[in-house]
Design a protein around this ligand. Sequence first.
Ligand SMILES: C[S@@+](CC[C@H](N)C(=O)[O-])C[C@H]1O[C@@H](n2cnc3c(N)ncnc32)[C@H](O)[C@@H]1O
Length: 268
Amino acid sequence: MSRINTGINTGVAHNARVWNHWLGGKDNYAVDREVGDHITGLYPSIGEVARADRAFLGRVVRHLAGEAGVRQFLDIGTGLPTADNTHEVAQRVAPDSHVVYVDNDPNVLTHARALLTSAPGGATDYIDADAHDPDAILHAAARTLDLGRPVAILLLGILNFVLDTERAQRTVDRLLAGVPSGSHLVLTHPTLELGGEGNAEAMRFWNENATPPITARSGAEIARFAAGLELLPPGLVSCTRWRPDPTPDGSLTEPPQVAQYALVARKP
Ligand SMILES: C[S@@+](CC[C@H](N)C(=O)[O-])C[C@H]1O[C@@H](n2cnc3c(N)ncnc32)[C@H](O)[C@@H]1O
């Protein structure tokens, strides 16, 4: 195992870096590529899942900053910077958007500079914090966000790293309690219910060889995270099927599912 002085462990595959590898990025190490490629061998659609999750992020942030008029975003489990980060998507629609990123991976922290550019009139911030500690997140987010005004809380591919479902529910509930009516909850979460051959075996391999450990959840468990909120149509679906963009020829065909649920819900 080798360590460099940022606390970055280059001897064990890390989720943020392996996700970056699946997305075609270069901010990863040999161990991440090795584990990531082994998982692709077990679970060939994992690359599609990663790309579909990012494409969903683009569509939902465009919707929230546009039609829904949201101007504040709290993106927890940000991942390494890539094309079309949340603030870039939001500020293309509404340059005055404020975006706070949160991740607990030291690799993401060292790349956070790329997330801290902002359109004039908007603002971005980065918080090095753990999703298990929603109070610390809300406290630090208040530097940049007005928590008296609606906030979109993005939890994309992150609650699956909060292994205890009650703990994950408490995280969501506490975050939602800290923001007003008109705020939104946006989730994506891996599942074993939507196909994805080899997914269960790939997760077992991940948990034996990489960090942090992951869990899948059922649609019913994921829907419960949004209990008491108004679910936006089309409800809980594969992230590919949440308001897909028209195809280049203008037709609206239903894309294939991937094994990643998505939902968007509004706090009444
Ligand atoms: C699968 S990636 C998703 C990245 C991005 N949200 C997306 O949808 O493309 C999950 C991210 O969550 C971060 N993460 C995992 N556990 C975390 C925790 N307990 N607290 C904060 N971030 C965490 C990882 O470091 C990684 O960057």
